[in-house]
Design a protein around this ligand. Structure first.
Ligand code: G3D
Ligand code: MG
Length: 173
C-alpha cells in the first residue's frame, strides 16, 4: 500500500532561440527522451518523474519548442493546460531578456495567465554581460515567482529550477 499521489504537470519552456532551452531540459532529464509525438506543432515533449516532499510522485511533461521559436504553430496547443512556465534568457545576450518582456510575456498573458513562472538567466558559466540587478528588476516587472541563474553546461541550479517550479505549480493547481 502506498499513499503516494500521482500527478502529471505540463511545464512549458519558452524564450528566444539558442538561449539554452533544450540544453536545460536535456540536462535535467539526463537521457530520458520520450519520442516526439507532436512534431506537427513543432514541439518535443519529454517526461520525467520526480518525487517531491510528502511522497508526491509527479510526472513532469516538459514541452520544448523545436525550432522556429517565435512562430510556433498552434500556439494555443503549446500553452494550453500548462501548469508552469520556464522562461529562459541568455546572460550573454541582453536582447534575449528584452524579448522576454516584449514578446514572451504577452504570450503567457494571452494563453496561460495565472500559472507560476520561473525566470532562468542561463549560461552563467560564461562571461556575463548583464547586471544581476537588471534581471531581478525584469523578474519583478513580469511577476515571476522565482529567478535562478543557471548553467546547462555545468548543471548549476538546473534541477533546483525544475523542482521549485513543480512545487509551485502543485500549490497553485
Ligand atoms: P535553445 O533550445 O534555446 O535554442 P540550445 O538552445 O539548448 O539549443 O542551446 C544553444 C547553444 O547554447 C548550444 O550551443 C548549447 O550548447 C549552448 N548552451 C546552452 N546552455 C548553455 C550554458 O549554460 N552554458 C554554455 N556555455 N552554453 C550553453 P551550440 O554551440 O551547440 O549551438
Ligand atoms: Mg531548442
Amino acid at each position: 500500500m502506498t499513499n503516494a499521489k500521482k500527478i502529471t504537470l505540463k511545464i512549458i519552456i519558452i524564450g528566444e532561440p539558442a538561449v539554452g532551452k533544450t540544453s536545460l531540459v536535456k540536462k535535467f532529464i539526463t537521457g530520458k527522451f520520450s519520442k516526439d509525438y507532436r512534431s506537427s506543432i513543432g514541439t518535443n515533449i519529454y517526461t520525467k518523474k520526480v518525487v517531491l516532499e510528502d511522497n508526491k510522485i509527479v510526472t513532469l511533461q516538459l514541452w520544448d519548442i523545436a525550432g522556429q521559436e517565435r512562430w510556433i504553430n498552434m500556439r494555443h496547443s503549446y500553452y494550453s493546460g500548462a501548469k508552469g512556465v520556464i522562461i529562459v534568457g541568455d546572460l550573454n545576450r541582453k536582447n534575449t531578456f528584452d524579448q522576454i518582456e516584449k514578446f514572451w510575456v504577452q504570450d503567457i498573458n494571452n494563453y496561460c495567465s495565472h500559472v507560476p513562472i520561473i525566470l532562468l538567466a542561463n549560461k552563467k558559466d560564461l562571461l556575463n554581460k548583464i547586471e544581476e540587478q537588471e534581471i531581478i528588476s525584469l523578474g519583478k516587472r513580469i511577476k515571476t515567482d522565482l529567478i535562478l541563474f543557471t548553467s546547462a553546461k555545468t548543471g548549476d541550479n538546473v534541477e533546483l529550477a525544475f523542482l521549485k517550479l513543480s512545487k509551485q505549480a502543485i500549490l497553485q493547481d
